[in-house]
Design a protein around this ligand. Structure first.
Ligand code: CDP
Length: 209
């Protein structure tokens, strides 16, 4: 049986850290699907065109190469917003769907994103919706930015997260929302270790069922 674990949730909730740890513990491949949207947005920023241009964004999504995901300029305020803008375009999402499904085809996978449990893998055996209070998420993203030597202020980071969450939840195609059968994991008061322990408990239960 191929095991697929879908991890969705708002920005900076700790999905990536958790997904990476689960993948390592379970010896599964890991895909950060946000990188796909980031790489598409980045291509449009490079061309100095509007990331909301559906025709150019779809072309960029279809032209995406695996090496684009390794670019070092996929994070930061401009890339974050461009990712969210291209992600609202249905043709971009359609162009990236097979990429994500193919990734898990042979060996299963842990994937994190916004619509993994609802659209990309509605049949995933394990779905987690990872969230945390906005203030706590902004604190974590700020620490992450400072850790990378990027200058940022709390209020700006918090505003940017709020805007992106509103955009991601409000779009008509594949909006950010928990799948009906997702297990909610609120990490506001959990550190990475505790979140991992709780997620492993869920995984253990589901595998036993
Ligand atoms: O790391 P962070 O949580 O800030 O963002 P991300 O997971 O890298 O995703 C960046 C943007 O891509 C999100 O704001 C979404 O608009 C979009 N995205 C999406 O629409 N669907 C996914 N499966 C993953 C990301």
């Amino acid at each position: 049986m191929i095991l697929v674990i879908a991890i969705d949730g708002p920005a900076a909730a700790g999905k990536g850290t958790l997904a990476r740890r689960l993948a390592a513990a379970l010896a599964l491949p890991y895909l950060d699907t946000g990188l796909l949207y980031r790489a598409v947005g980045r291509r449009l920023l490079d061309q100095a065109v509007d990331p909301r241009d559906a025709v150019l964004a779809e072309a960029a999504a279809r032209a995406l190469r695996p090496e684009d995901l390794h670019r070092t300029d996929l994070r930061g305020p401009a890339a974050d917003m461009a990712a969210s803008e291209v992600a609202a375009i249905p043709a971009v999402r359609a162009a990236l769907l097979d990429w994500q499904r193919d990734f898990a085809r042979e060996a299963g996978a842990v994937l994190d994103g916004r619509d993994i449990g609802t659209v990309v893998f509605p049949e995933a055996q394990i779905k987690l919706f990872v969230t945390a209070a906005l203030e706590e998420r902004a604190r974590r993203r700020l620490a992450e930015l400072h850790g990378r030597g990027v200058a940022a202020v709390f209020e700006q980071v918090e505003t940017e997260l709020r805007m992106r969450d509103t955009q991601d939840s409000g779009r008509s195609t594949a909006p950010l929302k928990p799948a009906a059968d997702a297990i909610l994991l609120d990490t506001t008061h959990l550190d990475a270790e505790a979140a991992f322990a709780q997620a492993m408990e869920v995984v253990g239960q589901r595998i036993a069922e």
